[in-house]
Design a binder for this molecule. Structure first.
Ligand code: NDP
Ligand code: 8X3
Length: 252
């Protein structure tokens, strides 16, 4: 059965790989991000390569009115969203709390927590009305364990962990599945964004071991959507084999 998958943050990393995975399997997509050109290129590529329908919507998940307008702009079958993947997110900076950059904190909280909430608030009523749907939140190992200088990023992902549980409780009577996928270290644009464009510092994060790839996460997201109607994965923590906890790595 062809499904409609709404994925936030598809201009790179996990989101891009998740969109590609669902397109490969014949599903239609609503893809989002703030970089219009990358979004349009991905939409064209997925349409041409896989013959699926793709609706690109360029907006910032931090902006409530943009989120409202994006969802309100959906008509007809585009409102029948089967899966929402709340993936858009970021870490910005890595400082001890007494040297923290308040603007970095606000970007993380506004994107990872408030953006995810805005999206859920706007899309979940469409699922409730249809008595079906699946919300998948991309959390992190940082939402399971706090590590040095992770302070606010970890806080934002602990919030995702709690919000995922709360969303599941609230929507259980509406037949809506709610899943968290919580990855460890994965090589995407994540560290480049965290270290504000410093390629050397970003590259060092993944030296000496094999990190997860965006495709590994896409496989996990796709898998949880293929289970029978009565089965839900509540929470999946996914690590590189060489990572045992937020801070324990086997590097060679
Ligand atoms: P990337 O930086 O590669 O991708 C992040 C995506 O989020 C981009 O498409 C970006 O698009 C989008 N995005 C960021 N801010 C906004 C915004 N305000 N509005 C709309 N879209 C936005 O990182 P990843 O793919 O690694 O990260 C995806 C998710 O996975 C994040 O939630 C991250 O916290 C989480 N994660 C990452 C891990 C890792 O090690 N990589 C591990 C665990 C979790 P654009 O810039 O075009 O807006
Ligand atoms: C991203 C992984 O370990 O940098 O969420 O927090 S980590």
């Amino acid at each position: 059965m062809t499904k409609l998958i709404f994925i936030t943050g598809t201009t790179s990393g996990f989101g891009r790989a998740i969109a590609t995975k669902f397109a490969q399997n014949g599903h239609n997509l609503i893809i989002t991000g703030r970089r219009q050109k990358l979004l349009d290129e991905l939409a064209d590529d997925l349409r041409k390569t896989y013959g699926v329908e793709v609706l690109p919507l360029c907006f910032d998940v931090r902006n409530l009115s943009e989120v409202e307008q994006a969802v309100a702009s959906l008509t007809g079958p585009w409102r029948e969203i089967d899966v929402l993947v709340n993936n858009a997110g970021l870490a910005v900076g890595m400082n001890p709390v007494h040297e923290g950059v308040v603007d970095d904190w606000e970007r993380m909280i506004d994107t990872n927590v408030k953006g995810l909430l805005y999206m859920t608030r706007m899309v979940s009523p469409l699922m409730v009305a249809r008595k079906q749907g699946h919300i998948i939140n991309i959390g992190s190992v940082a939402g399971k364990e706090v590590y040095p200088m992770g302070n606010v990023y970890c806080g934002s992902k602990f919030a995702v962990d709690a919000i995922t549980k709360g969303t599941r409780i609230d929507l259980v009577t509406h037949n809506i599945k709610v899943t968290q996928i919580a990855p460890g270290a994965a090589e995407t644009e994540f560290s480049l964004v965290r270290f504000k464009g410093d390629e050397t510092r970003a590259g060092n994060v993944y030296k000496g071991f094999s990190p997860l790839s965006a495709e590994d996460i896409a496989d996990a997201v796709y898998y949880v959507t293929t289970l029978p109607a009565h089965v839900n994965v509540n929470d999946m923590v996914l690590m590189p084999t060489a990572q045992a906890s937020a801070v324990n790595f086997h590097k060679i």
